[in-house]
Structures are given as C-alpha cells and as structure tokens.
Design a protein around this ligand. Sequence first.
Ligand SMILES: [Zn+2]
Length: 679
Amino acid sequence: MIGAVAFMTSCSKNYGYQFENGTGSVGYNDSTGLEIDTAMDRIDASKFTAAQIYPGMVTPLQPRIKDTILNIDLNYQTATASDLRVSVLPSNWISTGLWAPAGELIKIVIPEGIYGLTVQVGSHTDNLTGKEVLQRDPVIVIRRTLYPGVNYVRNLYGGLIYILPQRPLGQVLPISFSGVCAGANFVLGQTTDEEWRQMISKTSVPFFEIIGKRIAFTLPKANLSLVSIPSPTALMQKWDSLIKAVYYDWYGLSDNNPDVKNRSPYLPWRIVFDIQPSVGAMHSGDPIVAGQTSGYFYQAVTIGQLEQSNWGVFHEIGHNMQMHSTWTFSNNGEVTCNLFSLKKSSIYNYIPGPLNDGWYGTGGQTPGAASFLALDSSAKDWSVLTNLGQFYPRMAIYAQIFEKYGYGFMTYLATAARNARFTSIDNQSKIDFFYERLSEYTQTDMYRFMREWGLKVSQTSRNAVAAKGYRKLMTNVWMYNPITNTGGDQPLAPRVQFGNGAPGTSLGWTVSSITNVRGGTNGTYNASYDAKNLLDGDINTIWHSCFNGCYSGISSTGTAPNNGSTSAALYPFNAVVKTGNAPVKADGFYIVQRQNGNSNHMDAITIAISADGNSWNTLGTFPLKTAANSSSTEALTKQFIDLPAPVTFQYFRFTWNVPPGEANGNRNSAFAEMGAFYY
Ligand SMILES: [Zn+2]
C-alpha cells in the first residue's frame, strides 16, 4: 500500500480545480489489520425491515452453526442447451441446505487448491429493478467468488446457500461453514420422510427445498400450515418419473447416453417460489419462477395434482425444452411448450381442459380449431392469429398427429432435430423440417394435412418428400376430433380437373400463345400438331413444335395457335393458356407427356400465372417424370403439380428448356395435355 500511495502522490496534476487531495495527505490509514470485515458478531441490520418482509428472517434463537463441514457433491455431467438444441437447461446450483441469516457474516472455508467456485446466498434471482409496484426489494441475492481458504460473505437479506461450480470438479468436496443455520431440505434418496419432518419442526428458516434427481422446488415454509406434504419421498419419486417420461423419454433422451446431445439433463430443474416473479404469474428460464400462491404450492406438492391439473410447471419446463432452432415454427411460442401436457394426459388418460377449449372455441379460445378446419382451405392461414385463435386451438394439430399416428412422432421429431446437421435458418425451413419428418414418420405425404392447417410447404420440400415415394394422404385427418377421437376418416375428395380434363372444349379455355407449331409439308395446317390438342382431354393427341414447316396460320377453331413465327425457335419454349373470360382459382396444374415416342419428354417445367397475360408471377420450376428418369407408367401418366397454396389467375404459362437427349438446334418438343385442378 505504501508504494501505491507514493505513486498516487507523485503523479498529482493541476486540473484547474481546488480540491483536497484524498490520497494520503489527510493521513488515512490503509485497512490492513482492521478486523471489521471479519468480525462475525457484528451484524449489518440496515436491511432488516426489508428482509423481514422478504424473504423472511430466522429467529434470533435459531442456532448459528460453527465450523460444520458438509460434503458437497461436485461431480456431475454438463451439457449446454445448444447441445440439445433446446432453450434452457438446468444450471449448476448445488444446494447446501444451509441458511445465511440477514446481515450476518458467514464464513466458508474452501480446501486448498480448489478454484472456480461461487457462492450464492438467496434463491430469488429475479431482478425487479424498475418495477412500479414492489412486494420485495428488487435484488436480494448475492454471488461471490470463493477462493481456497477462508471466505466471508454477507447478504443483507439472508437466504439459502448454494455452491455454483464453474464446471464439475469430479469429487465430493468438504466445505466448512460457520455462522449459518440449518434449513430443512429434503433430498430424495438421502433424507427420510421422518427426518424431514423433524427438520421442518425444528427450524425457523423460512424456505425449504424438496430435491429429486430431476426437479427441485424452493418453497415457503409458511405454506406447510395450509397444505401438508405427507411423503416427500413419494412426491419426488412421482415428479422424477413424470419428468423422465414426459420430457426425456419422449424427446428421445436417456441418462448417461454416450452422445451428449442425446443425454438427459443431469441436474434437476429448479422451481423457485417468489412473492413477485419478474414477469407473469410463473415464468420459464433457470430457475423457473412461480408466484408464491397457495394454489401453485398445492399443485406442486400434491401427487394427484401433478398427474392432472398441474399445467404451469409443465408449461414452463416445456418452454425450456422448446426447440426453436429446428422445428418450432412461428406462432408456436405458447403452443409447443404445452405438448408435454398432452403427453402427460395420454399417460393418465384424460382430456386437458385447454385442448378441449382450443378445439371447440370455448373459454375465449375463438375461433376454435374445429371451426377453423372446416373453412375452405384457401381461407386458412396458420400465421394469422385472429384466423386461428392464439394458443390452445393450435395444440390440436399436434393432438391429431399424436392420437392418430402415435406419440412416438415427438421422439422421432426431436431426435431428428437434435441430430440435424443444420439449423433452420428461417420460418419456412422450420415448417419444411416439420412436414418432412411428419411425412417420414407416417410414411405418407402429409402435404394436404399441412395445407388444411394453413401451413405452406415449400416446393423444394414437396419435391424432397415426393422423391421418397410415400403414399398420398387418403383421408381428411385434419377433421379428426382429438377430444372424442372420432372423424377424419372420410376419403379425400380427389383433384377436380377444370373442364373434367378437357377444359378447351367444355370451358372455353384456349392456348393463347405457343412458341410455334409444326405444320404439314410446306407449312400447311396439320391438325395432328395443333396446340388445342393440349386441352382436348385426349392424351393421345399432341402439340408439336416445328423443326421445319412451321405453320403460322389459324387453327380450325379459328384461334391463333402460335406467335406467328414461321421459323423454328430456340429454347426456352412456352405455352400459354387463357382460362376463358373469367379468372379461376386452382390448387395446382397437370401435364401429360406425349405417349408415342419419348425422346423429347420434358424433365421440368416452370409455371407462371397472370391476371392479364402481360405481367407474370412465377410459381416455380417443377421436375417431371420422363421415360429416362422413371418407369414408363410414371412417365406417361397425368403428372400433377400441387402448389403450397391455391392461386388465382386467368392465364397460366408452362416454360421449358431443351428436353434431355435433344440438341437445342433440333427444336423438337411435344406433349399431350396441360391443365389445372382444384380440391
Ligand atoms: Zn408460456
């Protein structure tokens, strides 16, 4: 200290202000040798009033323990939330079961050579700074780094004492505490019910903990006068088994799995009851914080309640376990956190009230899923909240899948998500991820199901699923009622082709433009190649491009069949259909390759639509089956192109490039039918 003082005085400067030099000239002593910091009989009572209000104080007669060595188990496994691709995992609070009295200095002795430990005094980590109405002081928890040897810590509010290791130390560490009070923590497997009752009856520590392997509650002792806990052993065994069944097993996680991303969390979830949570009545995070109400207390400590009515704790752990980076697409934030409650209800065989309300639109959940699903598919949009209620109606899509196809879908989905080699970069890729896994799991192309829930699947994803060759969805599963387990078994209405497959003749549709038309010898009209053959519903008649003898006149129906060009054109080619005098709404398009001769089968078409034939909106490029890439049955059948959502247009255009196996200069294109359909 002497050197420091000398240094400070030696570099004093004239700043233009007249003030007294505070470093040394007034003769301050340094604090070395003073004992005020470590005099344990000196109590800082400055926050007694606030501490008495919250978290509460021990009585003056409560014995202060001296030089008690606890063996703290700092041997555990770590994983990060990003390892499991979830939101939050339990962190490293290791309970001691001890209480630091308000304003009193406590002494903690750490063995030599042990670094990386922090002590936390207090459980209520929510920071209420800035809240207008306060039921307790905003910050009542402290954390201090612990060093080898003697450490002194004081929290003016008092609180339960936790050791927070930076990382697992791989050992049971003897730590000595002085000036602390014995609380009444119950630890499953270590404390008997009778021992816990004795501890509770003897302590005035205002909070106690019941700690299982997978979940731990920090609870106000005062509530025990309203609701008793007959057997904390039975209670925590039940909690542990439910957390394992509902979260870990269902997500495909297991204890001690050699692959960290598939391993169950090792440390327990923390649920801390607080007189004033920083947000809401209960919130997720680490710890989960629950309002200190008798209702929540009753739900937490009553076995029948946690099997059934306890929604909140399962909801908040559900938030922590949400997989936002892979498959939880938008407007699911308050939805996929509840799926674990669906799983729980399947174990105990009841219908959760929120699911019932969500389906029928009762309890303010308007509109309910049932009325949404009965809408015309074009009116459905998952992302519009007023369209599909807020939270509970949306649960029904998952309930339908679980009830109809099995709860194992979640295991499949979550496992695939954790092991995916990418993160979904936007909402569309999350919807696609979900759709592809659902189709894989059900071995069915679930496109129609997604669409009837107002979820748009990308064309890339549709193609990926189509390539797997799954069967089409055969029934209207989206009308399956997950409350009564009925419905959803009506055969799906097939695609309805405009004009019954022959719109040109029955609806007044015309080919309003086509690249060119092959004529007869010397460019004379030849009905065998007329563009109207594309609309006649006869798969054996074709349009053919001209490679010589281009015909530029009008067809026998009097419509202009081509662009007037009399010379062969280069690719890309295109064909435009006008849908009569009115726009139509369609769910997709179809095309039929030529049946006689397959050298010029087209392997892809780009489809665009237009209201006026001038400005075009391109819908995408769609692969086609050809004799070269598929069986001849597949290549020659009518090929349907389902769109992610219906479209309205009066003109549609197919554009294609050189058919594989053709040289561009050959200008040799032909096909049999083109059209559109709706459901
Ligand atoms: Zn929530």
